[in-house]
Every structure is written in structure tokens, then in C-alpha cells.
Ligand binder design. Structure first.
Ligand SMILES: C[S@@+](CC[C@H](N)C(=O)[O-])C[C@H]1O[C@@H](n2cnc3c(N)ncnc32)[C@H](O)[C@@H]1O
Length: 224
């Protein structure tokens, strides 16, 4: 990232910017997140909170599908979505048949069945959205979950808990939002989620970490 951007909106045309940024990174093999160890800690954390039975999980922004694979191997059914269709999806479909469904599109525009999922995995996706659309994005996630369903989200954060949250913009225009624990909690609470667990995972990049949160969807009307 290059510039700190204090404005809380991406400006016009951000959908196209985000798509182009991810398309280029995958095409040029710059998707370092796909095999980053710290990224693979979210599904094990979610698994500790899932009931001991096969679940239907939405892998939102699945990328090449590493979490989709982990969930399938754990016995779950998975619907995986992403802005782009990745070539890796073909082999996963061939191997897992009707246990997996891949959908291409923005989560806020896909016509997902309401109340369908026992859990949603958002591994590195929310923090790249336009902050002006966080509410709409989390509403789409909430709608897709059954009452009490779980959201597992991984957000950029800093190891130093005294640092303030910040929105950065890369040269290609892609936004990345670093969250404090308090900011993450208030965002999720306002969207109708109750936090069940929160932990920090250090990254190889000095001073940086992921904030992993598991939260349950409070049924609409039951909010305090
Ligand atoms: C940092 S990558 C993480 C990929 C994957 N979750 C993982 O753990 O490897 C973020 C992914 O989210 C996708 N994405 C970004 N915004 C999205 C949106 N609004 N709806 C669906 N997918 C989105 C991107 O195309 C990209 O593949």
C-alpha cells in the first residue's frame, strides 16, 4: 500500500478497480495470500464453534479455494463465490461433485438463498470493500445465514493494539482497511452479529497481523 486515505469511501467505479486488481494479481501469481500460513487459521477457529455435524458453508471470496478444500475435507457442503472464476475451481468440482458449488459474482449482487447457510467464511474480503458499502455487504452476509448461523472473518490489523485503524489505497486503487478490535466489534454488532471469539494471528510481515473473529447472526428483531 502506498497512501493513507482518511476518506471513508472509495469513490466511483471501485467495483471495476477491485475486480481488475484481483484479476491482475492472480494472473501474475501475486496472490501471496493463497499459500500464507496465517490465512489458514480461520477455518480451524470456525470449526471449534460449529456443531458436530455436516454444515452448509458459504466461502465468500474463495479465491483459489484453499478454505473451500479444508471445509470439504472436514465433511461440509460448500458454496464458494468470488468476483473471478479461478482455474483451480475445475479440479475441485471434478473431485467433490455435488458437495461443492462455485458462483462467480459480487456477494451483494448474487441471488443467494436467504437463511441457507450454517456459516460464512470471509477470509480477507471485507477489508478490501468500499467502506461506504460495509453495511450493504454485511446485510447480504446476514441474510444468507440461518438464525444463529456463524460468520468467521479475518481482518487486517496491527500487532500494536494502540495503533488506530487506517484505510490504505494501493497503487492499483485497491483499498485495505486495518481494523482495531473495537472497530471490528462495533461494525459487526451494528450489522446484527454477536461476537463469540476473537484472536490475533501474527504474520511474517513485521508488525502486521490478522484479527480473526467468529460471530453469530442475531435474528432480526432480537437485537437488544
Ligand atoms: C485476499 S483474497 C482471499 C481469497 C481466499 N479467501 C483465501 O483465503 O485465499 C480476497 C478474494 O475476495 C474476492 N472478492 C473481493 N471482493 C469480493 C466481493 N465483493 N464478492 C465476492 N468476492 C470478492 C477477490 O476476488 C479475492 O479472490
Amino acid at each position: 500500500m502506498t497512501t493513507a486515505d482518511r476518506a471513508d469511501t472509495a469513490g466511483p467505479g471501485y467495483d471495476d478497480v477491485l475486480y481488475a486488481a484481483f484479476e491482475r494479481r492472480y494472473q501474475q501469481g501475486e496472490d501471496s495470500w493463497s499459500d500464507e500460513g496465517a490465512m489458514r487459521r480461520l477455518v480451524p477457529l470456525l470449526s471449534r464453534h460449529l456443531e458436530p455435524r455436516a454444515a452448509h458453508v458459504l466461502d465468500l471470496g474463495a479465491g483459489r479455494g484453499p478454505d473451500t478444500l479444508a471445509l470439504l475435507e472436514a465433511g461440509h457442503r460448500v458454496t464458494a463465490t468470488d468476483l473471478l472464476r479461478l482455474p483451480d475451481w475445475d479440479a475441485i468440482e471434478r473431485r467433490w461433485g455435488d458437495r461443492v458449488t462455485f458462483l462467480r459474482g459480487d456477494i451483494t449482487e448474487l441471488d443467494l438463498p436467504e437463511g441457507e447457510f450454517d456459516a460464512v467464511v470471509d477470509n480477507g474480503v471485507l477489508h478490501h470493500q468500499d467502506p461506504a458499502h460495509y453495511t450493504e455487504y454485511l446485510a447480504a452476509v446476514h441474510r444468507s445465514l440461518r438464525p444463529g448461523g456463524l460468520l468467521a472473518v479475518s481482518l487486517f490489523t496491527t500487532v500494536d493494539k494502540r495503533s488506530a485503524g487506517v484505510l490504505n489505497r494501493a497503487e492499483d486503487g485497491r483499498l485495505s482497511r486495518w481494523f482495531t478490535d473495537d472497530e471490528a466489534q462495533s461494525l459487526l454488532n451494528a450489522a446484527g452479529f454477536r461476537t463469540l471469539a476473537s484472536e490475533q494471528v501474527g504474520r511474517k510481515l513485521a508488525g502486521l497481523a490478522y484479527l480473526l473473529v467468529v460471530a453469530s447472526a442475531v435474528p432480526r428483531g432480537d437485537e437488544p
